[in-house]
Design a protein around this ligand. Structure first.
Ligand SMILES: [Zn+2]
Ligand SMILES: [Zn+2]
Length: 390
């Protein structure tokens, strides 16, 4: 960690603050000839002095370092040159020149000795203020994985049960075929974002900051954006997709097609494509999981006397035994007559039949007599249990 102790580099080199780069170079050369260890063998003071002027020259001969030093009275390579530039523009002066809204006078940067937990207090707060303001320019340019895509696919009742092929059109980002994701065509031009200045103005509250241009990184030069993808590196393509629907596919089931999502950027892996299956209805069958539900009318005599009746199943007609005395609303289970499971090998659901007793319309005298006779033989009151409870 570099020392933050205040040193007057201008005084060390014996130049004025307004000194040009040439003045500094000349001053350093002159002093270097005088204090160079080769010229002063064994002279500790000369050696020390040579170190000082070298350090001063190192900072002042570098335009970016000099700006930071001018601004804060010390140099640290942890300070972003763009932040120093912005601070300068905003008027965060040191040495009593402060007239910006944030007063740095209260922080004593020089007190922080290196390695004594000094990264906190003043230095830390200072860093925090700027890291918030300049997050935009530190956009990641590394590999970014592509995003996942999700599509809902409507599959009709029978395709979901028996399996088949579903087709749909998906829109996904693909690596640009012209620039292969590089976003540029290689040619160099003046950066359109900063018009070649390498800096752009950003608003921070009511203050204006000049920061390093995020487009060109301060170089002022930008490569020609690829005309196919307009510099995005990706293009949007609508493409037909055909995929297999497994027999027994359930409503709401998610199918993952790895790598079929949006393309990644800067060499990042592609995302995945998720297909959410929505199975269609059927006028007679209701499907819940692997079970099939059906409501089936039976006659009074079938319900009372019992018998075998034909029932529609997803595999065709099947016989169901109705026990004598079956009530309306009663559920009868037909084992393994449901959907062949897509997940549990060799198993299938049941068909659940809800019996609905169909009461006959009595139109002839003979039937009327029989029913009256039946009532006489069966005088029990079906409401008896209800009366008992009220
Ligand atoms: Zn630029
Ligand atoms: Zn392109």
């Amino acid at each position: 960690m570099p020392t933050t102790q205040h040193k007057d580099y201008y005084a060390t080199l014996g130049v004025r603050k307004s000194a040009s780069a040439e003045d500094i170079r000349k001053a350093f050369r002159k002093l270097a000839r005088k204090y160079h260890p080769d010229v002063n063998p064994g002279d500790k003071k000369a050696e020390e002095k040579f170190k000082e002027i070298s350090e001063a020259n190192d900072i002042l001969s570098d335009d970016k370092k000099r700006k930071i030093y001018d601004q804060f009275g010390f140099y640290s390579d942890q300070i972003d040159p763009a932040a120093a530039e912005a601070a300068a523009r905003a008027g965060y002066g040191t040495r009593g020149q402060h007239h910006g809204p944030i007063d740095f006078e209260g922080f004593d940067f020089s007190e922080e000795a290196p390695g004594t937990g000094g990264s906190g207090s003043g230095w830390g707060s200072f860093r925090d203020i700027f890291s918030g303001m300049f997050s935009k320019e530190r956009q990641a340019q590394g590999p970014q994985p592509g995003t996942d895509l999700e599509y809902q696919v409507n599959v009709d009742f029978w395709t979901a049960i028996r399996g088949g092929v579903a087709r749909l059109e998906i829109q996904r980002q693909e690596i640009c075929p012209s620039c292969h994701g590089r976003t540029t065509t290689g040619g160099s031009q003046t950066c359109p974002e900063c018009q070649g200045s390498g800096q752009v103005t950003q608003m921070g509250g009511r203050m204006k900051f000049n920061i390093q241009c995020p487009r060109c990184g301060g170089s002022g030069k930008a490569q020609n954006a690829c005309s196919t993808c307009h510099g995005e590196g990706v293009v949007y393509r609508t493409e037909p997709l055909e995929f297999r629907i497994k027999p027994g596919t359930r409503d709401g089931q998610r199918i993952r097609l790895a790598g079929k999502g949006n393309a990644g950027l800067h060499g990042g892996p592609p995302g995945d494509l998720y297909l959410i299956i929505r199975t269609g209805p059927h006028p007679v069958y209701t499907r819940t999981g692997d079970d099939i539900y059906i409501t089936l009318p039976v006659t009074v005599s079938e319900a009372a006397l019992g018998g075998r009746i034909d029932v529609p199943t997803i595999d065709g007609r099947a016989q169901l035994r109705v026990p004598p005395g079956t009530q309306s609303g009663q559920k009868l289970r037909m084992r393994d007559r449901g959907v062949v499971s897509a997940t549990k090998e060799g198993t299938r659901g049941d068909q659940i039949v809800t019996v609905e007793v169909s009461v006959p319309q009595v139109r002839d005298e003979r039937s009327r007599e029989i029913l009256k006779e039946f009532a006489k033989l069966n005088p029990e009151d079906p409401r008896e249990s209800i009366w008992a409870k009220v």
